[in-house]
Structures are given as structure tokens and as C-alpha cells.
Write a protein that binds this ligand. Structure first.
Ligand SMILES: Cc1ncc(COP(=O)(O)O)c(C=O)c1O
Length: 464
């Protein structure tokens, strides 16, 4: 008999540390006011636990830092590019690999080359930058997750799945107007929920039948692969790399932010098979990002991504990663804090509509809750609700389907005691939920307003 521990430990030792700073409630109150009640506008040093995003905020490994010293900074044809390209090709199998400075640049290059006004792009759920880049081309970003994906408390193994009948309908009803369809893995805006291999395969078949290229928004491909291994029959014995390779085999291309499952602080790529489209993308890339063998990145960034793509499919890493999120989810669920169930890959999503039913959507309950989490515990999160998605392209307001507060876990950064602290903050705030009040928009730009909007308490104070 051998020892089978139940505790899933962080599969790394900490070699370098960065102090984090406690602040007083008064200091946080003043910081919120100075930031126009927008957590994006806070100074990071005023945040104790920063869960604003898992994007580019991870800790790199010693192997990544070591790799960076080998960065080849040649303008064209650098060795670092070929190492990067080989790492991307091993996982995705795509013919053309185009580096970009981050995910949204890959989106802009792809949509700038493939979309025209009046087009439609179906996706399980577009991420905010993806949607904005589609709409910037005058096209429609169509979200068609399965119905279960829109019910926060409902348990389903693959809530990130795309609604296949809706996809088929849209492909049939818009001939010549769907230049590509996408699936986002995992579905970030839909709660970090995974997409099953069966769903990816079926969506790919539908698209092929209609002659429409099928792309993955692959930011969290490794986390998605881990969920497939855990939850989908037939995949338990496969490695995350094999599963990821199969996922990509059904697609014609992908956009990727390497700031997530590239385990890097910056970078991204667009990868695809179509020679003609790749040529047009590379021409646009040269115009705005850089030569196709660096795409706006330093050689050392390409090295960090090449190593990161290798490390991210490690089973111990993925087990720890998914377990840390689940661990917080279990503590919250045990105390009846409503969260998106089951817990997703990179974040906990609190269902603010369920937690704060007394705040109307017009007073942005998820935004208000995120402010209170900072005020009481120094925790920074992000609203994924009507501030982020409420403004329509024609300028009108439509309440978002869900009002979520996302607590995104940076990769390899926080330990179990940080997570225990988080749980304490969340349970404390849950205890005063009836007293939390809504907020209003004071001033906001027309697009991506959540990044820079100035807000204020709608009734004089955040907590009555
Ligand atoms: C699903 C998804 N797509 C695209 C992006 C955009 O990537 P980037 O922030 O690197 O531009 C993100 C970033 O959070 C994302 O989560």
C-alpha cells in the first residue's frame, strides 16, 4: 500500500518574494474615492490580494527566467522565434504562427483581415476585447452559449459549450456573412466554464459543412484540457497535451493571449492554416505590430512563452491550479454565498444578482459588491456585468444576462493561506450584504467603459 495524500500542494517552491501591504479601511476609502470608484484606477500597491485578472499576472518559473537570458533579439529570423513557433506548433499543429503583443492584437489582426461590415461572428461567449474588436469592424458579435451556461447556480460539466442548434441556425440563415465562428476555451465571460471535446468536434463539423472557418479563442486551452480529462468519458487516460492537440485538430486556427496559459507576463499569437488569410494577417501585422518573427515582442518574451507552453500542460500544475479555485468555491458554497457552479478554471464568479437582490441592475450590483470587497478586505476583483456589457453599439443600455464579480487567480502567485484570507473577507461581506447599496456612472467612454469609467455611490454611501 502506498501513501495517497488528499492535500493538493502548490507544486513549486518560492524563490523570490514580493511584499504585499496591508492598508487601513480609511486608506482604502480614500483610495476608492480618488479612483472614481473604479478598481481599474487604483494603485496596485494599495491592493492586498489582487484578483483583478489572471492575465499576465502569473509568476514565471526559473526555467522561464533562464530561457529569457537566451533571447535572440535579431530583428528577423531570430532563434527565439523558431523555439516559440515550435512550441506553438507542437500543441496546435497550425501551419502559420504569428506572434502578437497580446491576445487582443491577435484578434484585431484576424478580424481586420477576415471581417467586413455586416458580418456575423458566433461564439459561445465573446470576451470583452473580442466583442469590441468584432464590433469595431462593423460586424455583429453573437453570443450563443448553451442555456445551462446562463444559469449561475446550475451544475453541468461543460457549461461553456456553444449552443449547436443556434450555431447551425446562424450558419444557415447568414450565408456568406459568417467569415468565421469561434469557441472560447474556457468560457471566461461565461464563468470560466469548460467546453467539451464533443462540443468542439460538433461545432467544427457544422462549420466545415457550411464552409466556415472555425477558430478557438485558446487563452485557457490547458485548463480546458484538464476539465476534459476529469469530466469527459474517454479522456481520463490521456495527457493534457494530447487532449489539447485533439482540441486544436478540429479548428482552422486560434487566437491566444499567452498572458494566461502561456504562463508569460506579456505576449500572444494568432495561428492558422489558411495560406491566403495568413498572408493578409502578416501584412497587417507588419503595419502595426512588427515583423512576423517577433510581432511586437522581444526575443526574450518569445522564449518565456515557449517554456511556459511546455510547463502549462504539466499535470501537477493543472491539478493544483484547478483545485485552488475549487477550494475557495467549497468554502463559499458551504456558507451559502451564491457563486457560478461548478467552479471554473481560473476564477470564482460571485452571482451578485442572487446575493444582492435589493440592488436593481440599473445600479450595477456586481460593481457595488466588488467595491465593498476592496473596502473591507483590500481584495481587488472585477465586475462582469452591466457596466462591462450593458452599453449597446447604438448607445442604448441593456442589462447584462448575469451580474458577476470575478475573482481571478493569478498563476502560481498566491498560496493556500491567501485563499483562506479571501474566504474570510467574502464571508464577512456576505454578512453585511443587506446594507450594500448600488452605484451610478458619472462619466464613461463609449467603448470598453469599465476600464476607465468614473462611478459614484448611487445613494451617498456604499454601505448603509
Ligand atoms: C477569453 C479571452 N480572450 C481574449 C482575451 C484578450 O487577451 P489580452 O488581454 O492578452 O489582450 C482575454 C483576456 O483576458 C480573454 O480572457
Amino acid at each position: 500500500m502506498s501513501f495517497h495524500p488528499r492535500t493538493v500542494i502548490e507544486p513549486f517552491r518560492i524563490k523570490t518574494v514580493e511584499p504585499i501591504r496591508h492598508t487601513s479601511r480609511e486608506e482604502r476609502e480614500a483610495a476608492l474615492e480618488a479612483a472614481g470608484y473604479n478598481l481599474f484606477l487604483l494603485k496596485a500597491e494599495d491592493v492586498l490580494i489582487d484578483l483583478l485578472t489572471d492575465s499576465g499576472t502569473g509568476a514565471m518559473s526559473s526555467a522561464q527566467w533562464g530561457g529569457m537570458l537566451q533571447g535572440d533579439e535579431s530583428y528577423a529570423g531570430a532563434k527565439s522565434f523558431f523555439r516559440f513557433e515550435a512550441a506553438v506548433k507542437e500543441i496546435t499543429g497550425f501551419k502559420h504562427v504569428i506572434p502578437t503583443h497580446q491576445g487582443r492584437a491577435a484578434e484585431r489582426i484576424l478580424f481586420g483581415s477576415a471581417l467586413k461590415e455586416g458580418d456575423v461572428v458566433p461564439n459561445n461567449t465573446h470576451f470583452d476585447t473580442t466583442r469590441a474588436n468584432v464590433e469595431f469592424r462593423g460586424a455583429t458579435a453573437l453570443d450563443i452559449p448553451i442555456a445551462e451556461g446562463r444559469v449561475p447556480g446550475l451544475i453541468h460539466p461543460f457549461k461553456g459549450n456553444i449552443d449547436l442548434p443556434a450555431l447551425e441556425r446562424n450558419l444557415s440563415e447568414n450565408p456568406g456573412r459568417v467569415p468565421l465562428a469561434m469557441i472560447t476555451v474556457t468560457n471566461n465571460s461565461g464563468g470560466g466554464q469548460p467546453v467539451s471535446m464533443a462540443n468542439i468536434r460538433a461545432a467544427s463539423e457544422l462549420c466545415r459543412r457550411h464552409g466556415v472557418p472555425f477558430f478557438l479563442d485558446a487563452c485557457r486551452f490547458a485548463e480546458n484540457a484538464w476539465f476534459i480529462k476529469l469530466r469527459e468519458p474517454g479522456y481520463a487516460g490521456k495527457t493534457p497535451l494530447q487532449i489539447a492537440q485533439e482540441m486544436f485538430s478540429y479548428a482552422d486556427g486560434c487566437t491566444m493571449s499567452a498572458k494566461k496559459d502561456g504562463l508569460a507576463n506579456i505576449g500572444g499569437f494568432l495561428a492558422l492554416n489558411d495560406d491566403d488569410l495568413a498572408g493578409r494577417c502578416k501584412n497587417l501585422l507588419i503595419l502595426t505590430e512588427g515583423f512576423p518573427t517577433y510581432g511586437g515582442l522581444a526575443g526574450y518574451d518569445l522564449e518565456a512563452i515557449a517554456v511556459g507552453l511546455h510547463e502549462v500542460v504539466d499535470e501537477d500544475y493543472l491539478r493544483y491550479r484547478i483545485r485552488s479555485v475549487e477550494y475557495l468555491g467549497e468554502k463559499l458554497t458551504a456558507c451559502d454565498v451564491p457563486i457560478v457552479q461548478p467552479t471554473g478554471g481560473h476564477a470564482i464568479y460571485i452571482d451578485a444578482k442572487a446575493m444582492l437582490p435589493h440592488i436593481p441592475q440599473s445600479e450595477y450590483p456586481a460593481w457595488a459588491l466588488s467595491l465593498v470587497l476592496y473596502l473591507e478586505g483590500g481584495v481587488r476583483s472585477v465586475e462582469i456585468g452591466s457596466v462591462m456589457f450593458g452599453r449597446q453599439p447604438d448607445g442604448s443600455e441593456k442589462p447584462s444576462a448575469m451580474e458577476l464579480v470575478r475573482l481571478a487567480f493569478p498563476r502560481r502567485v498566491y498560496t493556500q493561506s491567501h485563499v483562506d484570507y479571501l474566504a474570510e473577507v467574502l464571508l464577512y461581506v456576505n454578512g453585511l450584504k443587506e446594507r450594500i447599496r448600488g452605484v451610478r456612472i458619472v462619466d464613461a467612454p463609449p467603448a470598453l467603459r469599465h476600464f476607465s469609467a468614473r462611478m459614484a455611490p448611487a445613494h451617498g454611501e456604499l454601505i448603509a
